[in-house]
Design a protein around this ligand. Structure first.
Ligand code: ADP
Ligand code: F6P
Length: 322
């Protein structure tokens, strides 16, 4: 028989992402609406181990849906990989009467959730990362905001780059994934898009492309480079030396992780937060909420972690073509 769920907790883990607050709010308010008690855990798994656990009421999540970051705080807690530390966390959950935890984070955070699930604490994960690098879902909380933030920043760099007839390399985040780069590449009309999944390190090809474009009369050249490739500054020096054209590198950095979430991030995070509670109430554990083919779904964490995500070939072809 499925375990009865009376009290749940919510935590955010790994890198923060805009929309995490909307998800926390939805978890808290859905839990209350369904007659559950709900607790907030500060600073991810680290806070769980330090028993930074507080009761959450509906008013504690007032006025946060529009705010970036996470009101619960987040942390990376490497010691959580140790079995004895996981057991300590499960014991702390039992001590505080926590039957289930909603974990908002990325793949690493799900691994932690999986361990807690094996130790009898029901877990449901929510995909919270700007990187969009979770294979079981077409949407992750924060990606939409991050792409819009990066796109607007790139528009600004492009203005000055075209006035000065320069070549610009703009590096966007994404860890080992190229989705932010691909989306900005399309949205900002970049001449070249360098994605870790497909880039063959053929810099000569980029140099030839810049020279050809100049011959055709193009006065500036925008290259979007993914963080997973990196080295934008040294690349700009080599390109300048090879082409004779002024070339500048801009690394957008952490600005991409902050700011007010877009409508899409607020709404999808809210729906996913509510679904996480409902999935838990069905007695399920070791699940992650995703969005596939227009539907919100739940997937086994083990299966989710086995899935591989690549760059959509057609999207990449379109980006290069236009
Ligand atoms: P993300 O969740 O964004 O992928 P991390 O990979 O940094 O971010 O993972 C977040 C946290 O999840 C880690 O700091 C750690 O506490 C926990 N975690 C990561 N990998 C494991 C693992 N293999 N086993 C248990 N916990 C893990
Ligand atoms: O996962 C989100 C992300 O911003 C990545 O794009 C980036 O590689 C990483 O986090 C940076 O992490 P940290 O905050 O530990 O520097």
């Amino acid at each position: 028989m499925a375990k009865e769920i009376k009290t749940i907790a919510v935590l955010t883990s790994g890198g923060d992402a805009p929309g995490m607050n909307a998800a926390i709010r939805a978890v808290v308010r859905t839990a209350i609406a369904r007659g559950l008690k709900v607790k907030g855990v500060k600073r991810g798994y680290m806070g769980l181990l330090n028993e930074e656990i507080t009761d959450m009421e509906a008013r504690h999540v007032s006025d946060i849906i529009q705010r970036g970051g996470t009101i619960l705080g987040t942390a990376r807690c490497l010691e959580f990989k140790k079995p004895e530390v996981q057991q300590k966390a499960a014991d702390i959950c039992k001590k505080h009467g926590i039957d289930g935890i909603v974990v908002i984070g990325g793949d690493g955070s799900y691994r932690g959730a999986q361990c807690l699930s094996r130790l009898g604490i029901n877990t449901v994960g929510l995909p919270g990362t700007i990187d969009l690098d979770i294979a079981c879902t077409d949407y992750t909380i924060g990606f939409d905001t991050a792409v819009n933030t990066a796109m607007q920043a790139i528009d600004k760099v492009k203005d000055t780059s075209s006035s000065h007839e320069r070549c610009s390399i703009i590096e966007v985040m994404g860890r080992n994934a190229g989705y932010i780069a691909l989306w900005c590449g399309i949205a900002n009309g970049a001449e070249d898009i360098l994605l870790p999944e497909v880039y063959d390190y053929n810099e000569q090809e980029i140099i030839n492309h810049i020279i050809e474009n100049r011959k055709k009369g193009k006065t500036h050249h925008l290259i979007i480079n993914a963080e997973g490739i990196g080295h934008s500054v040294s690349m700009s020096r080599r390109i300048e030396a090879a082409t004779g054209l002024e070339t500048r590198a801009t690394i957008l950095g952490y600005m991409q992780r902050g700011g007010n979430p877009t409508a899409r991030d607020r709404v999808y995070a809210s729906i996913m937060g509510a679904k996480a509670v409902d999935v838990m109430l069905e007695g399920k554990t070791n699940r992650v909420i995703g969005y596939k083919h227009g539907e919100f779904i739940d997937v086994d964490i083990e299966e989710a972690l086995q899935m591989k995500k690549g760059i959509d070939e057609y999207q990449y072809e379109v980006a290069r073509m236009i």
